[in-house]
Design a protein around this ligand. Sequence first.
Ligand SMILES: [Zn+2]
Length: 406
Amino acid sequence: MNEEKTPAQAPKKKSKVGCCIGLSVFGLLLLGVVFYYVIGPFGLGLDLFGNQAKMDKVVDEALQRGAERQYTYAQPSTQAKTRTVDCSKLFKFSKLPRNNPLCVNLYNATAQDLQTKIDSGKYDRIVVYGDNIIMDAPSALASYTDMGTRIYNVAKFSDLVTLPKLMGLFGISNLKDMSFGIAPYKAIFYRVSTLGEGASVCGIWPDGEKISSCAIGDGMTIISDRIIAPEDNASVRFNAASAPTNMYYFIKFPTNCYTDDIFIHETTHNLISYSGQVPKWFNEQTAGFVGRVGPEEVCGANTLEKFRTKVDGKEVKNYTPVKFLGIFPAAETSHDYPESTCNQGVLTQWYRYLNEGGNWPSQFKTFFTDMRNSNPAVDSDAGIKQFLLSEDKDSQAATFVNSKCQ
Ligand SMILES: [Zn+2]
């Protein structure tokens, strides 16, 4: 049961301004986005000085979510529609209260049902359960008066869009085979938590900043309450800390895409652990990668907008994130970036592997499906290296990786 922490924004180690996860006040996030775009300590925003119109446009766009899209929701299973869970017996984090929850099958309720019951003021938590998720959310958050609608939308979207998409990336069609033991049925448990609550379980960064979200094994997950305030997560910048001025993407979530980069990151940790126990650095960089490119898979094409990719100081076109990350050394997408040259080489080759054939989701799915099916020992640096090389059809892969591992 390893503790996995959400990366804040990638440039976390260099600037807290670009980091949203540690901020306790949602408004500060928006200010952070503005600040970043205008003042951008890594020069990203500096291009915009002297071009007020362009700067205004970027800032305006940063504060808005993208246009609505059409989403296809999966059909909930018969079991999901008919099951009843006794929330008094449901797992809860020992440090976090849940005294009198409203406990509801997501498919036997409407947003209005939830709202009416929340308005009664009797419940401290709202627990909704579906096919793939159990979501334990606060009944009140800041000044929001529409918690019923918020929780309903996020839970339903998570259960029938986000989870199926992310499970598809891993080649998982059903969570029932998961070894998770805490829920009354196989599901990922999300405890929607304030920053202070999250930190009480997830801990504190070395720099003293609180950690909002973490996946702690067995499907138990703390998720920042930012997930139910998506308008405050209007945009997320994505650049790699080890290449801050070179790689720059911007995630713009469509208005009705009820997910965020943190949710995708932590869910990825859960799905990785279903496939194998990999070294922490590989686990973290992979979750960091999916947290950043996953919104494109979940929310649709052009959710991830490229602003700039530079290689050797030159602007380059047609570099996708996965292709950029396959430049040695791979840029870091999360904390726990490997220090050793050998592991950096493995990480670089991992992204090259994903890029082979130009369809990273397909490669990703093959990799983790094979890992589950063949059950290789991948819990060490040598193990993950060996498994990658056994999967990789690039004839130069072994030569490259071994040259970094001498
Ligand atoms: Zn993580």
